[in-house]
Design a protein around this ligand. Structure first.
Ligand SMILES: [Zn+2]
Length: 386
């Protein structure tokens, strides 16, 4: 590890690892922002319930009290560069299913671009496409994609497991599951994934499955009986159900289950339907519920989920989400590599430009830091009370 790190550091110093590939679906820019040398110590959520360096108080009127006994998985300083925690970046899909090398050095979210964008952490989904194996993805696929994520992390000096120290030059990698229909085979299997580190679990992707109806499904039904049991298992194991891609009925079905576990409702990568009518976006009522439960909705930069693709449109989306859910309840879930990133923020290195645009639009530094990282870290730290 040490020799690999120093070799990579040398390579970085020589500019050898800078992204030069243009082969991906989105244009990638050279990393440009200089990274500071601030060292950010890490503490796992389970390590110390009192070591939080983050303010945990909710300020918006729609917020439920946010549990203050949870230490965030990473402690970020209140000053210096604004670090980003991105709840959804589909790099593993590109590598596992689309033939991209494990170096992942192309596309809009290469490790070099994540560093240039001041990322502190990223959530890599184990995305299980509905259409593989004659439309029957299997639990074994989830294991295989998890191994791919481990391989991507091992390949890159900048990427570290969430238990490692995250300094200005590293990005912690958390894991989620997107489209967990395969677990209908045996819902008990989700336990070992959550115990291994999967934090967010989305029961569905684009199509309805045996666990739930999808936002873009044919029937768009709610959680099935098995799906409800599955969500209970996710919470009991310490994970959080991800409502991005879930149908509106499924969202309603989840509310009492989440309440039972004192769990925040999280949409890792969904915008506001009031600004763009796409079914993948959240209604104002859903955004309020997310706020009331202490959850977050992650801003999605996919062009088709925004009302306009320029920076003003992105800022307007954030403004609406904040006005509706509360400033403690909006995060980032860019969908880089999964969607088509909007031209205004075409890759991960442009996140600081979004921070600047939000400040220019009147958001305080404190609020931008919440949206960029602290709200996400709070839900990443969640554990069931019982
Ligand atoms: Zn998605």
């Amino acid at each position: 590890m040490t020799s690999r790190r120093s070799l990579a550091g040398l390579a970085l110093a020589l500019g050898l690892l800078a992204c030069t590939s243009r082969g991906g679906p989105h244009a990638a820019a050279e990393p440009s922002a200089a990274l500071s040398s601030v060292v950010v110590p890490s503490s796992r959520a389970s390590a110390s319930p009192t070591s939080s360096a983050l303010p945990m108080t909710a300020s918006s009127s729609s917020s439920a009290p946010v549990r203050s006994d949870l230490a965030p998985p990473l402690a970020l300083p209140d000053d210096g560069p604004i670090r980003a925690v991105d709840l959804h970046v589909d790099t593993p899909w590109r590598v596992h299913f689309k033939g991209r090398p494990k170096s992942a050095d192309e596309g809009p979210a290469t490790p070099a671009l994540l560093r240039a964008g001041q990322y502190a952490a990223v959530v890599y989904p184990i995305y299980l496409p509905d259409y593989i194996h004659d439309d029957h993805p299997a639990i074994a696929d989830a294991d295989a994609v998890y191994a791919t994520i481990d391989a991507i992390v091992a390949e890159h000096e900048a990427l570290v497991p969430p238990s490692a120290t995250v300094d200005a030059d590293s990005v912690a990698v958390f894991v989620s599951i997107e489209g967990a229909g395969a677990f209908a085979e045996d819902i008990t299997q989700i336990d070992r994934f959550v115990k291994r580190g999967v934090k967010f679990v989305g029961p569905v992707h684009a199509r309805d499955n045996r666990l739930a109806g999808a936002a873009t499904g044919k029937k768009r039904g709610g959680l099935t009986t098995l799906g409800k049991q599955f969500c209970e298992r996710v919470y009991a194991a310490g994970g959080l159900v991800d409502v991005s891609h879930l149908s509106d009925t499924g969202f309603e079905d989840l509310r009492p289950i989440a309440k039972n576990f004192g769990a925040p409702i999280v949409a890792t990568h969904s915008n506001a339907r009031a600004k763009n009518k796409h079914r993948r976006n959240l209604t104002d009522k859903q955004l309020r519920v997310i706020g009331e439960t202490g959850g977050v909705a992650g801003l999605n930069l996919h062009r088709g989920f925004l009302d306009s693709g320029d920076m003003a449109g992105v800022v307007a989306m954030v403004r609406h989400m904040v006005a509706t859910a509360g400033v403690e309840h909006v995060a980032l879930g860019t969908d880089f590599e999964g969607g088509s990133a909007t031209e205004a923020i075409k890759d991960a290195s442009k996140l600081p430009a979004l921070a600047e645009a939000l400040k220019k639009a009147g958001f305080s530094d404190v609020d931008v830091r919440k949206i960029f990282a602290k709200n996400a870290l709070r839900v990443l730290a969640w554990k069931p009370a019982k």
